[in-house]
Ligand binder design. Structure first.
Ligand SMILES: *Cc1c(COP(=O)(O)O)cnc(C)c1O
Length: 226
């Protein structure tokens, strides 16, 4: 089951990026899924998995084969300490306060944590992320940090958005990604643009994404425990 879906997702990504040299990292989003299912995906070649809750990472961490863990959901400052030595990339950084706490914990563990800044391009519809106007504050703050490196941007679009408006938003983020690359902020490199989920990853890749976070298109519908 997973095998066929995964193959199809890979083909659709390849088709969407056709004609470009770009590598697109596929992150399999494994929230609600068992360690057994995750290990099956790893056996099928998945190298990167994404979880949106700290607790789920902690519950599964020891039961899952070696893999790169990504934290893709909202992160509370008081939980940074639990995942600092477990994840390779935090996608959801949206405040100076959170940057400072990641810096503090990363220094404690003598690691450099790579982070993405989550941009909220749609305003009201999604709760988390910084408004595009506030990005500059966080980008300049990166220059004061030693154990945190900003390596790109992430965004989540509202599910109900039309194809046209999604394309508009994705293009808008891509333009900022390019602008920031040419602005030369200290301690900032625009390496990853994390956008695209099951419902919109092809559009995202066509608009310049090089990191997609795909859950249900690989694993099927999620069942949330009551
Ligand atoms: C759940 C989730 C995804 C994947 O969603 P699908 O629609 O199942 O592909 C991607 N990004 C984030 C932040 C998520 O929480």
């Amino acid at each position: 089951m997973i095998k066929d879906r995964l193959l199809e997702v890979r083909e659709r990504i390849a088709e969407a990026k056709k004609g470009t040299e770009r590598d697109v990292t596929l992150i399999a989003v494994t929230k609600t899924h068992s360690p057994e299912m995750i290990n099956e995906a790893i056996d099928l070649g998945i190298t990167d998995i994404g979880e949106n809750k700290v607790q789920e990472i902690l519950d599964k961490y020891d039961k899952v084969k070696p893999v790169r863990w990504h934290l893709i959901g909202h992160l509370q400052t008081n939980k940074v300490k639990y995942i600092i030595d477990k994840v390779c990339l935090i996608h959801s950084v949206d405040s100076v306060k959170l940057m400072d706490e990641i810096e503090r914990q990363a220094a404690k563990h003598a690691v450099t944590m790579e982070i993405l800044l989550q941009v909220n391009i749609t305003g009201e519809e999604t709760k988390f992320g910084v408004a595009p106007e506030e990005l500059d504050i966080l980008l300049r703050h990166a220059g004061t940090l030693k154990n945190v490196k900003v390596v790109g941007l992430m965004t989540i679009l509202a599910k109900g958005d039309s194809e046209v408006s999604k394309r508009l938003h994705f293009n808008n983020i891509f333009n900022r990604f390019v602008d920031i690359s040419s602005n030369k902020y200290d301690n900032v490199v625009m390496k990853y643009l994390s956008m695209g989920m099951s419902g919109d990853f092809e559009t995202a890749v066509e608009c310049g994404s090089n990191m997609v976070r795909v859950g249900s298109a690989i694993f099927g519908d999620r069942e949330y425990k009551q």
